[in-house]
Design a protein around this ligand. Structure first.
Ligand code: UDP
Ligand code: MG
Length: 141
């Protein structure tokens, strides 16, 4: 079943006290939360999580930001979860995000854009496994 995705409420949104509002968006959009916890990544962890972006011009800024403060990491369940969550969060650049999306309403900038969403089912499984053990995940089909 391709019904899981991985989300992060990024350090800007946690700092701006949007965690509760974003949890409401998650639940209102019909996602089940399979696991959630607060983490403060080291720079090395952020570099590992975003290793696909190694070498890109924004890599240093991105990994420094993602390790600059605590964030919430979540495993989410919904039918067609990857696409459904990306639709809920909106475009990477909040100035391109459509009305009613999380990034439109809560992002600070292109870099500090409030939330992360997996870009494929395969990456969702890898990203969930990066942060959660089997014992931490609600078991579901
Ligand atoms: N990012 C950035 N500048 C860019 C592109 C991306 O700072 O030109 C940051 C932004 O925080 C984004 C993250 O790097 O969310 C990962 O980029 P990606 O293209 O994977 O966007 P996403 O999948 O998060 O929408
Ligand atoms: Mg991405």
């Amino acid at each position: 079943m391709r019904n899981k995705t991985f989300a992060i409420i990024k350090p800007d949104a946690v700092k701006n006290k949007y965690t509760g509002k974003i949890y409401d968006r998650i639940l209102d959009a019909g996602f089940e939360i399979l696991a959630a916890k607060k983490v403060h990544m080291t720079l090395e962890q952020a570099e590992g999580f975003y290793s696909v972006h190694t070498g890109k011009p924004f890599f240093a800024e991105l990994t420094e930001f993602m390790s600059s403060g605590p964030c919430m990491v979540l495993a989410l369940k919904k039918e067609n979860a990857v696409d459904a969550w990306r639709e809920t969060i909106g475009a990477t650049n909040p100035s391109d995000a459509t009305d009613g999306t999380i990034r439109k309403d809560y992002a600070t900038s292109l870099g500090q854009n409030a939330v992360h969403g997996s870009d494929s089912h395969e990456n969702a499984i890898l990203e969930i496994g990066f942060f959660f053990s089997q014992a931490e995940l609600i078991q579901t089909q």
